[in-house]
Every structure is written in C-alpha cells, then in structure tokens.
Design a protein around this ligand. Structure first.
Ligand code: G4F
Length: 350
C-alpha cells in the first residue's frame, strides 16, 4: 500500500517541490488549498495533470487553517501517514502590517491542526515549517539547534509559538513531530515579493526595457540562502527517522542582499558599482552609467534580522542530508530562469 501524505500550503514554492518528491517516491498525495478568486495553482498544475494521467493519487482539497471543520474533514478523508504543515503567512515584512492574521495562521492554526490530528486518533508523523527567523537578534554565529531564540517580528514570534507547541505535542503525547528550522531557501518558483526573486525578475525586466529600476530596502542584511529543492528533501528525511526531532537546515554560508544583486547583475550582463549612502545609495551600471538599483524606504522593515548563518551539522550527521547548490549556482539558476521567462512574456523581444 502506498504511503499517504497531506501537504498544507501545497501550492507554495516548497509545497510544489515537496509534492513532486513524494509522488516520485510513490506516495499518494493530498494537498490543502485555500479558495482564492484568482487561479493560484500555477506551481502544481502540471504535476497534478501528469499524476492524474498516470492514474496516481494527487488530490486537492479546499480548506483553511482558520477553519477547524475543514481541517477535520480533510484529515478524516485522507487519513495521512505523514503531514507536512507548510501553510503560513510567509512574508516577514507583511507580518508587521498584519500581525494578528500572521499569529492566527502561523501560531494558533498549528495548534488547531495538531489538536485535530490528536482527536481523530491519527498516528501521522508531523512536519512543521519552522524558520531561522526565530534567531532574530542573533545570539551567536553560526546558529544551531541550541542557539537561543530572540525573535523580532510578529512572524518570528508566531513561528516560535508553533515551534514550542510542536515540541510540546511530541513530548506530551508522544507524537512523531519535527521542526525543520529552515534558513532562507529559494528557486525560480519563489514569490516575486521575496528579495531574491524580486531582484532576478526585476533585473530581467530592466534588461528587456520593461521596468526602469529595481527598488530595494536593506541591502546589508545577510542571509544563508540555499535551494528549496534541496530543503524539501530534508523535510522528508525528518519524517523517516525513528523519532521526531528539531533540525537546522542551512548551507553554512552567509551573503548580503547587495552580494545577491551584484551576482545577479553580472549574470544578466550588467556591471554594477555602488554610489552614495543610506537612502541615497544607488547601483549604477559602469558601462552605461544607467541607474539600476535605488533605495526605497518603503521596503525597510521596522526591525530586521541583520545576519543569519546556519550550522546544519546535526542534519548532516543524523539525516545524511547535504545542500547541493552553491550560492553562485542558485543566483545563476534564478537569473537565467527569469531572463527566459521575461523573453517568453515579451514575445522573444528581450
Ligand atoms: O526575501 P525576504 O523577504 O526573506 P526573509 O525576511 O529573510 O524571510 C524568508 O526566509 C525565512 C527563513 O527561511 C522564512 F521564514 C520566511 O518565511 C521567508 O521565506 O528578505 C530577506 C532580506 C531581509 O533582510 C529584507 O529586509 O532582504 C531584505 N530586503 C531588502 N529589500 C528586502 C527588500 N526584502 C523584500 N522582501 N523586499 C525588498 O524589497
């Protein structure tokens, strides 16, 4: 009998890679999707059509993390062996604008889902999408599973609640429940309002003459950027262990937003130099003197995590997991994908 997996947030970047991985491994896959007025399944529709044409199970269910009856219905109908809770208000910046909604989805709803699992009496293994944002005002570098959490944003504080409630259900009820403390992970499927994708998509559009300039906030924030496709492997590996546990998933390298812009600009044929400071800083193409990057204070956050860098030694040791995509390769991959995409969108004129 095939194993059954349920993925909440299945149509996000990570959900789309995870459902492909689980289908490859022979799972029956169920995904929970929110109803939206616009079609929002672009990342998974091809996979779903392919799975259906092969007679595989890849079923989507309308549901909402705020609606306990929908969670109950989906769990009872799918009876999963493994649950991957990827549903989230995933934008840290937006969490300052919508703190209560973020707390509802990223904290309370995780408890709601765990309670549904417990009341139905499912023996499902549980993966929780935790985050390097928990480290916030970082206490040490690099960060491990033992580094103290000092979260800064409403997003991170809600994710901290989720982290602890998952540990509590593991310890109190003996649930096989794991937190994946994932550092930033990217791909050409990343949403366009996260900084990496915003950079690659905007530079491709500037190159094609479709956009005048790329406007960014904090260029000096440093992140540990890995590949989303690598990171979903780690999620699956966590649920194959004899016990639930918590794992840092990271590359161990840290780069600034500025580094990301420079490498993406080089890949797209620009040669960027920085002039000015603070809000007056600009990224200028040396060859043409054209301004490519400007600072827009609207993209500053009230408070930002300065620098994260993960130490994934525990995952290396216990899961046998390794990141396979370097920073340069990741930037190139994303930049090339957006150059292609913009060329297609503009009818090959780019
Ligand atoms: O790409 P970001 O929005 O990612 P952030 O805030 O690090 O969070 C992402 O990774 C976390 C860890 O895996 C996840 F938990 C979370 O759900 C999300 O996936 O911003 C990265 C950095 C920040 O310091 C931000 O201030 O880029 C800086 N930045 C500068 N200009 C910008 C911009 N970020 C965005 N989104 N847009 C800008 O224009």
């Amino acid at each position: 009998m095939a194993k059954v997996a349920l993925i909440t947030g299945v149509n996000g970047q990570d959900g789309s890679f995870l459902c492909e991985l689980l289908l490859e491994k022979g799972y029956d896959v169920h995904g929970m999707v929110r109803r939206t007025s616009q079609f929002s399944r672009g990342r998974i529709e091809d996979t779903r059509q392919r799975a259906l044409s092969q007679g595989r199970v890849f079923e989507l269910h309308y549901g909402n993390m705020s609606d306990p009856s929908s969670l109950h219905r989906i769990l009872a109908a799918s009876r999963p062996d493994e649950i991957y809770n990827l549903a989230s208000q995933s934008h840290v910046g937006v969490s300052f604008e919508e703190p209560e909604h973020t707390t509802e989805i990223n904290a309370t709803a995780v408890l709601r889902l765990l309670e549904c699992v417990r009341h139905i009496g499912l023996k499902a293994r549980f993966y929780q999408a935790s985050s390097s944002e928990l480290y916030g005002h970082v206490a040490e570098a690099p960060q491990t599973e033992l580094t103290p959490f000092q979260p800064l944003s409403p997003y991170a504080i809600a994710k901290l609640y989720a982290y602890w409630i998952v540990r509590s259900y593991r310890e109190t009820y003996g649930m096989h429940a794991s937190n994946g403390i994932l550092f930033n992970h990217e791909s050409p499927r990343r949403g366009e309002n996260f900084v990496t994708r915003k950079i690659t998509y905007s530079l491709a559009r500037i190159k094609a003459g479709l956009q005048p300039v790329l406007k960014l906030g904090n260029l000096d924030a440093r992140r540990d950027w890995g590949s989303a496709q690598d990171y979903v492997q780690a999620m699956w590996l966590m649920l194959q262990q004899p016990q639930g546990d918590d794992y840092v998933i990271a590359t161990g390298e840290t780069h600034s937003v500025r580094d990301f812009v420079e490498r993406a600009a080089t890949r797209s044929g620009f040669d960027i130099a920085w002039t000015g400071t603070g809000v007056d800083e600009k990224g200028v193409d040396r060859r043409t003197n054209r301004v490519l990057v400007e600072i827009d204070p609207r993209f500053y956050r009230p408070v930002d995590v300065d620098r994260v860098q993960g130490d994934a030694s525990k995952a290396f040791r216990q899961l046998g997991w390794r990141p396979t995509v370097t920073f340069d390769a990741l930037v190139n991959l994303m930049m090339d994908a957006d150059l292609d995409r913009v060329a297609r969108e503009s009818g090959g004129r780019a």
